[in-house]
Design a protein around this ligand. Structure first.
Ligand code: NZQ
Ligand code: ZN
Length: 452
């Protein structure tokens, strides 16, 4: 059993109508509150008016226009507003992007320099404005963790900041606010929840407790995402998705397990940094390909366990066959809810693959600790190779992240700065063969990566 730290100070307030309890979470009447929001969805669902009513005893400053994959340029403007208006508290109303942005805004307001510095160097994060979240989209788990993912369009970087004081004080989770989430965002959010779970479940050593939690999350999403897409105002379906989404990134699912370098997230953040695609869409493309690539005789029992416990495959069947079936069931599920399976389907070619691979090798955790370790050669990186396979419509996509051995994702966030400072970029050819974009299929490490 691995050692772990788990610190989860956020108060989750779940259920229909719980927004009425917001005032009990706020500082003294008359305080100055920033109401942070995205591009307009909270106005369309009536949440904005409700919030203004509940905040009527406060001096409220609106900050709207936080975009998906929130940009540092937007955050800079919000930080200026917080500083100028001496904001005491922030209410973040929206999806993961709004909540993530608020974490950077909250810390940026007490920092003298550019808030992007805080993303590059977490040790610079000091005091932060306290905040709470009102979640409107089930996906990221930002409502229950201490990290925010911020994009810098000027440098094509998408990176996270994290600190122990960047948890929301409370998060209000009312599933009715997600009734209006369109089918494509519901599907992408579901893929995100699934990927968070796989990143922690598909590791060398698990344990019965967190195996069961991960399998429970997966079964929940596989059952209820199609229901929420078919009937957007199905309260039970939306509630099930919202409940499980909170636990994706808080570290709970990984306690006592082999630490994971979250390879699909390392790759996806590079892709959405360059192409600004929806996070969950990128994950839906990468995940089945990463699973196929990770499947070996040694790793097959874990995939087979997933197949038996989540997809009800026959435990008496051959382990490798069950493992393969489980992976294909996952790929079919993503397709069934309308998600793409190739980068080429979202207009991404191999132009920036080398740059992405170099960048992730510098800023992410080592992928050496992935279920199947991944190496990166200087000139023909596995990352590029994987992306090429996808752009050619042929298959696997996988690459390593940086991460030190002892950490859950929560701890990763807490310790990432120290790790970044200490890390040595390891690049070596580890027996992986590169493939060209024109390949119609590829075998790497003896495995075949055709997608169809
Ligand atoms: O901007 P508005 O108008 O609010 O519209 C949003 C946005 O266009 C819309 N939306 C949200 N709630 C809605 C709604 N539309 C109708 N009805 C509602 N109730 O949905 C669109 C996407 O919103 P966004 O917040 O971007 O989605 P999501 O929650 O998936 O957040 C994605 C961001 O979170 C990061 C991702 O990388 C990405 O930048 N992540 C954050 C993590 C964390 N903090 O721990 C971990 C994740 O792995 C992820 O990296
Ligand atoms: Zn994610």
């Amino acid at each position: 059993m691995e050692n772990y730290d788990l610190y989860l100070p956020t108060h989750l307030i779940f259920g229909r109508g719980r927004i009425d309890e917001l005032p009990s979470l706020l500082p003294a009447k008359g305080s100055r509150i920033l109401l942070a929001m995205g591009g307009g969805s909270i106005r369309r669902i009536g949440l904005y008016d409700k919030l203004r009513e509940l905040l009527s005893d406060y001096e409220v400053f609106d900050f709207s226009g936080i975009e998906p994959n929130p940009k540092i340029s937007t955050i800079r403007r919000a930080v200026e507003l917080c500083k100028a208006q001496k904001i005491d508290f922030i209410v973040a109303a929206g999806g993961g992007s709004v909540i993530d942005a608020v974490k950077c805004i909250a810390a940026g307001a007490y920092y003298d320099g550019d808030p992007w510095d805080l993303v590059l160097d977490h040790s610079r994060i000091g005091r932060a404005i306290p905040f709470c979240a009102v979640l409107t989209l089930s996906a990221t788990g930002s409502d229950y963790d201490n990290s925010g993912v911020i994009s810098n369009s000027a440098t094509n970087e998408k990176m996270f900041l994290a600190a122990s004081n960047l948890f929301p004080q409370a998060s209000i989770l009312d599933p009715t606010y997600t009734f209006t989430v369109p089918a494509n965002q519901t599907a992408a959010g579901s893929a995100d929840i699934i990927s968070h779970t796989f990143e922690q479940y598909l590791v060398k050593e698990g344990n019965p407790f967190t195996d069961a939690m991960c399998e429970g999350v997966l079964r929940t999403v596989f059952e209820y995402a199609p229901k929420a897409i078919a009937a957007p105002d199905d309260y039970e379906a939306r509630a099930q998705l919202m409940m499980v989404s909170s636990f994706g990134c808080c570290g709970l699912l990984s306690i006592g397990r082999t630490p994971s370098p979250w390879p699909c997230h390392g790759m996806e953040h590079e892709i959405s940094a360059f192409y600004d695609i929806t996070h969950g869409v990128g994950l839906a493309i990468l995940t089945p390909n990463w699973m196929r690539w990770s499947l070996t005789p040694e790793t097959a029992p874990r995939f087979a366990q997933y197949g038996v416990r989540v997809w009800h495959l026959n435990p008496q069947d051959d382990v490798m066959k069950n493992a393969q079936k489980a992976i294909e069931k996952t790929a079919e599920f993503f397709k069934s809810i309308g998600l793409p399976s190739k980068l080429s389907e979202v207009g991404i070619d191999d132009k920036h693959f080398e740059e992405m691979a170099d960048h992730v090798a510098k800023i992410w955790w080592s992928f050496d600790g992935a279920l199947r370790p991944i190496s990166r050669s200087k000139n023909c990186g596995l990352f590029s190779c994987r992306f090429r396979l996808n752009c050619a419509g042929t298959g696997a996509s996988n690459r390593p992240k940086r991460r030190s051995a002892e950490m859950t994702k929560h701890n990763v966030f807490k310790n990432c700065h120290a790790e970044r400072q200490q890390r040595i970029v390891k690049m070596h050819c580890g027996g992986m063969k590169s493939r060209r974009c024109s390949d119609t299929h590829a075998k790497i490490g003896g495995l075949d990566f055709r997608t169809s």
